[in-house]
Ligand binder design. Structure first.
Ligand SMILES: *Cc1c(COP(=O)(O)O)cnc(C)c1O
Length: 383
């Protein structure tokens, strides 16, 4: 079979299953209301929970950094790419996350695959939640460790699998999303920490959707749960609530020093651009001091839940700013998404292979207005 034949055949299979996906163009600034392919829509599809990606203060910080350092960082961190700005951002993350050190990456994805594969190898065992993000799963694969998935948020299943397997391996790492990105629920962090300690495992959490959102100062799920940072490896992104681009790892000084010398996705790639670095630094500064944005976010989340409860619609359990409405199948999720779009709402249908069961995924922003929720309620009621 020729390459093109193979590719067309695969794409046709994807299309027949209603799994086919395409980019949609947003023009102008992002925010709670956007212009998508020429239509003005209320945006329930953004990871920009606190609306910082279009905040003038972040833009100004970026512009200032560009004039000071240029557009590119010109090299990897260990060669010509390192600037004081990178260090400032890493200190700010470490202070916020209450860890000794932090290290910034080009993206959350490369932070995850690089860190997991640098830490673990053939003689080791990785236990991961079945609903983990693609970057955690691929990091585990790349490490060449034995990888075993446990049932979603099921500590008994995790313990059972540790009892059966732990002793056959050298090191063991438990990896989990802290906020599950396609569901909105949280990992049982206090229990996972206890289990990790009891079975001599390390623990790595992906705080992509928790950073800036969960906890009193937005520091994430450790802060939310009041869990002591017992060497938990905290990974996250600068591209969601923080409003910029990039990823980070926060942890002990020795962990960060190790990664700086052993993590290929940090060593062999160009340092984060001055503009992205400066925007992230400003974003974190704002998040730390502006708790009103987070309280608006939670208020809006309550509004959204009330909409669904009053309409008797069933949604997945959530404790974050992500809420998913259950759909029968990929086709009905798509239909509902299109219907909502006709009524002025951008709500993506999340389908396999991203998730096992199709759903409509709403992510809430601090800048959604009460009118957005009342009009949403009316248009779902009429749909
Ligand atoms: C978005 C996301 C990532 C990837 O972060 P990027 O900075 O966008 O590469 C990793 N893990 C989870 C859980 C995510 O939701």
């Amino acid at each position: 079979m020729s390459l093109s034949e193979y590719l067309s055949k695969s794409l046709n299979t994807i299309k027949r299953a209603n799994w086919y996906r395409q980019e949609k163009t947003i023009t102008g600034l992002s925010g709670a209301v956007i212009e998508l392919e020429g239509e003005k829509l209320v945006n329930f599809a953004s990871n920009d929970y606190l609306a910082l990606a279009s905040d003038a203060r972040l833009m100004e910080a970026s512009i200032e950094a560009i004039y000071k350092y240029g557009t590119g960082s010109t090299g990897s961190r260990l060669l010509s790419g390192h600037r004081l700005l990178h260090e400032d951002l890493e200190s700010s993350i470490a202070l916020w996350k209450n860890t000794e050190k932090a290290l910034i990456f080009s993206s959350g994805y490369t932070a995850n695959i690089g860190t997991i594969s640098a830490l673990m190898s053939k003689k080791d065992l990785i236990l991961g939640d079945e609903y983990n993000h693609s970057s955690l799963k691929n990091g585990a694969k790349l490490s060449q460790s034995q990888v075993i998935e446990y049932n979603h948020n099921n500590c008994l299943d995790l313990i059972h699998k540790l009892e059966q397997n732990r002793e056959h391996y050298r090191h063991c790492l438990i990896i989990t999303d802290s906020v599950f990105s396609m569901d909105g629920d949280l990992c049982p962090l206090p229990e996972l920490r206890q289990i990790a300690n009891k079975y001599d495992c390390w623990l790595l959490i992906d705080e992509a959707h928790a950073t800036g959102v969960m906890g009193k100062t937005g520091a994430g799920c450790l802060e939310h749960f009041g869990v002591k940072n017992d060497n938990i490896i905290q990974i996250g992104t600068l591209s969601k609530a923080i409003g910029s681009l990039g990823g980070y790892v926060a942890g002990s000084a020795v962990l960060i020093d190790f990664l700086r010398n052993r993590c290929p996705t940090w060593i062999y790639t160009t340092a984060l651009s001055p503009a992205d670095t400066a925007a992230a630094l400003k974003g974190i500064e704002i998040i730390k001091h502006d708790s009103e944005r987070r309280s608006n976010l939670w208020e809006n989340m309550t509004f959204l839940k009330q909409v669904f409860i009053s309409l008797n619609l069933s949604f997945f359990p959530t404790e974050s700013a992500i809420l998913c409405l259950k759909s029968k199948n990929a086709e009905s999720a798509l239909k509902m998404s299109l219907k909502l779009r006709e009524n002025g709402f951008f709500v993506p249908a999340i389908r396999p292979p991203t998730v096992s069961t199709s759903r409509l995924r709403f992510s809430v922003m601090a800048t959604h207005q009460p009118i957005h929720f009342t009009t949403l309620k009316n248009s779902i009621a009429m749909a």
